[in-house]
Design a protein. Structure first.
Length: 246
């Protein structure tokens, strides 16, 4: 379906957080999705993914995850220098700050007239996959899609050590993990730790493994795999549709 696009301003801890919002053009109430980018923030590849998901009948809200450190509208280039900059921003952002941002966007979605407040989910990539996993600790999140989420077993997320792996039992909704078996950032030991933690906590979940590298769904990089990305999106759309009873 056709979509609308806009930017909204939220204030979190006295910091201006730009949130890019895309949603269906036809009037109505739709599920809301908290969308987390990778460390490069909201460049064209991420905006394309937000818009793509919105076209399936979702109001998608994507915050700039490093708004406390980067000027509004900053896009970090996906090169060596950009990787250093993005990773440094990630390390300098506290875990409570990430959590506060999450709460702010959930509140925003629930207050939106075009959103069914009982149907809130989340989707994220790389560091954003980790943030989506943490977002699922909030009872409002009914479904969470985590694409190659980094740092969950080790607690590597921001300033300090994240307690994500210790809080798996707080998840109330369902989890979809999209993982690449050729991804050095999430080796087999980490994948097994993550899956075992979900199993031990009796969390409803599905794991989809691809013979793919890290960021294989980002269409501007050398690791992009169109075939596996298309398959992963089919899994995501089906998962969300099932959870939100489309």
């Amino acid at each position: 379906m056709q979509i609308t696009q806009r930017n909204v301003e939220l204030r979190v801890d006295d910091s201006l957080m730009r949130v890019y919002v895309a949603g269906p053009k036809p009037p109505g109430q739709y599920p809301g999705i908290l969308f987390y980018s990778d460390i490069y923030q909201l460049g064209a590849p991420m905006i394309r993914l937000v818009n793509y998901l919105a076209g399936f009948g979702y109001v998608v809200a994507a915050p700039e995850i490093f708004h406390r450190l980067e000027p509004v509208g900053s896009v970090i280039e996906p090169n060596d220098i950009g990787r250093m900059r993005g990773n440094d921003d990630a390390r300098r952002t506290s875990i409570p700050a990430y959590d506060a941002d999450c709460r702010a966007v959930i509140n925003f979605l629930q207050a939106e007239g075009a959103v069914n407040p009982q149907k809130i989910g989340t989707l994220g990539f790389c560091i954003g996959g980790h943030l989506s996993f943490r977002a699922a600790f909030n009872s409002e999140i009914k479904a969470a899609v985590c694409c190659y989420p980094t740092g969950i077993p080790s607690g590597k997320l921001g300033l300090g050590i994240a307690d994500t792996i210790e809080r798996v039992d707080k998840i109330k909704g369902e989890i979809l993990l999209i993982l690449g078996t050729l991804d050095p950032h999430i080796p087999e030991t980490d994948r097994n730790t993550l899956i075992t933690s979900l199993e031990n906590a009796n969390i409803n979940h599905k794991v989809v493994l691809y013979a793919a590298e890290h960021t294989f769904m980002r269409d501007d990089g050398y690791r992009y795999d169109p075939e596996k990305s298309t398959s992963a999106w089919s899994e995501i759309i089906t998962f969300l549709s099932n959870n939100f009873s489309f």
